[in-house]
Design a protein around this ligand. Structure first.
Ligand code: SAH
Ligand code: SF4
Ligand code: F3S
Length: 477
């Protein structure tokens, strides 16, 4: 790694992150790659020499947002050039991977398009873009084919070439750790297998080393990330293959690591040992995001999910058997092509039967290149809107009931930030609920016992419980 002092000039980068937590992790890694080149983080594009949009392609709205933002950045760039300065614009993430060169055609002000597997090559791409930028200025106009593109899936893993995370990657005691990337499942609605490529698991030793580094840098909570995190099958030091369950057991040995979470899981990959881990590793938080998408067997089949509603119900029962206080969350898609009223009723019934503590709900969005986009019987917008509203209302009630069920108990809260009102701090309960109390900024990054006093739709209010014994979790040993 080059020393900042030897690279001279101080520059600023602004990174805007869209989409999932893996993009949040990647944005931090990009900042780590750019730091040795002299870049520090800017608060907004106006302060920056380089702007990176780390994009999401999952739904149409998500990718269209990128182009309106690029229009604004182009104006900023034109302004800068008028003053004899410049602004470098880079598009990273899943839109970069999916649309590649098309982005530069649609918005010629873009200098760099870089896919999610090529972030370790950013320094080289920036150097190439700078050369092109010089050529362009001499020429007075944009050269044909200008703009630097890297959307390869390189043979080398970016993880082996990215700098180790630093204290800057721990936010208020919590850090993300990507352990798995890509997806081989090909659900018929989803772009991820195309934008992130084939499933890849990082070696267990690399994950453990990164985890120890993050804990040493102040993390008390780690969230293991992967598009299919529970399909993890990384190589262990002895050459054997480690599952997610084994990895969690090893992570639980790290002194000072008090909370472990993982996301996102697929129902097909919840194996016996992983279920058991929920019962016997107390550091593993009693919250699981396990997307089911639909409650109709017919739709699940058309989505190529590889599981039915009964499989999901059985998993939930077994998980609650070992961890009775487990809170479940899920993603749902309404209005998949061909979804009838009866199919939608099946989804509502499944929600009713399972009971979710939180959920993300989406209207089906037709994504180019996915098998779902080619299906007949695409549903009208107003049907999707009505179903979404009905589902959200049911899930909203469940979330409020779940929050209310915790009132009167004392729970450890990891404080993350200042609350909206002065004198308030906001943190997360073990069940990932937002909890706010009256308190000082010095609580941020710490676990503090809180007595929960009142529940609302999306949060709980509490007070610091001083002098109380730390609460014990129900773990059925
Ligand atoms: N790997 C995870 C989810 C990745 S995408 C899993 O398998 O569950 C996050 C969520 O976006 C998905 O769970 C799905 O609910 C939603 N999603 C993906 N593609 C979509 C589309 N075309 N339209 C609407 N929602 C979609
Ligand atoms: Fe997309 Fe399905 Fe893979 Fe999840 S499992 S990332 S929804 S293809
Ligand atoms: Fe979006 Fe890519 Fe994540 S499409 S949800 S940023 S994997």
């Amino acid at each position: 790694m080059k020393d900042v002092r030897t690279t001279g000039q101080r520059k600023r980068v602004f990174i805007r992150t869209y989409g999932c937590q893996m993009n949040v992790y990647d944005s931090d890694r990009m900042a780590d790659v750019l730091r040795p080149l002299g870049y520090s983080l800017a608060e907004n594009p106006e302060q920056a020499d380089l702007v990176v949009l780390n994009t999401c392609h999952i739904r149409e709205r998500a990718s269209e947002k990128v182009y309106s933002e690029l229009g604004r950045l182009r104006d900023l760039k034109v302004e800068r050039r008028r003053d004899g300065a410049d602004l470098t614009i880079a598009v990273a993430g899943c839109v970069a991977q999916a649309e590649g060169q098309e982005i530069i055609q649609r918005q010629p002000a873009v200098d760099i398009v870089v896919g999610p597997q090529a972030y370790h090559r950013l320094p080289e791409l920036l150097a190439r873009a700078a050369r092109q930028s010089d050529d362009r200025r001499a020429d007075g106009r944009r050269l044909p084919g200008a703009g630097v593109l890297d959307t390869e899936f390189p043979a080398e893993s970016k993880f082996d070439h990215l700098p180790a995370p630093s204290a800057a990657d721990v936010r208020a005691g919590s850090a993300f750790l990507s352990i798995q990337e890509g997806c081989d499942k090909f659900c018929t609605f989803c772009v991820v297998p195309y934008t992130r490529g084939a499933e890849y698991s990082r070696p267990a030793t690399a994950v453990l080393q990164e985890a120890r580094g993050l804990v040493a840098a102040g993390a008390v909570e780690l969230t293991l990330l992967g598009q299919n995190v529970n399909a993890y099958h990384g190589e262990g030091a002895d050459g054997s293959t480690w599952t997610l369950a084994r990895l969690i057991r090893a992570l639980a040995e790290i002194d000072g690591l008090v909370r472990i979470r993982y996301t996102t899981s697929h129902p097909r990959d919840m194996d016996d040992d992983l279920i058991a881990v929920h019962g016997d590793v107390p550091q593993l938080m009693p919250y699981l995001h396990l997307p089911v998408q639909s409650g109709s067997d017919r739709i699940l089949e058309a989505m190529n999910r590889g599981h039915g509603r009964d499989h999901y119900r059985r998993l939930v029962d077994r998980l609650r058997g070992v961890r009775p206080d487990l809170a479940l969350s899920s993603d749902f898609i309404v209005g998949f092509p061909g979804e009838s009223d009866a199919d939608f009723d099946d989804t509502m019934r499944l929600v009713d039967e399972v009971g979710f503590a939180s959920a993300y709900t989406f209207k089906y969005s037709r994504r180019p290149g996915t098998p779902g986009a080619a299906l007949g019987d695409q549903l009208a917008e107003d049907i999707k809107t009505a179903r979404l509203a009905a589902l959200q209302s049911l899930l909203g009630r469940q979330q409020r009931d779940f929050n209310a069920s915790k009132v009167g108990t004392i729970v450890p809260v990891l404080f993350a930030e200042a609350g909206r009102k002065p004198g308030q701090v906001l943190g997360k309960s073990p069940w990932l609920q937002s909890v706010y109390v009256e308190g000082d900024a010095d609580m941020i990054g710490r676990l503090v016992n809180v007595r929960l006093l009142a529940a609302y739709a999306l949060s709980l209010a509490g007070e610091v419980a001083t002098g109380e014994a730390p609460p014990r979790f129900e773990v059925a040993a």
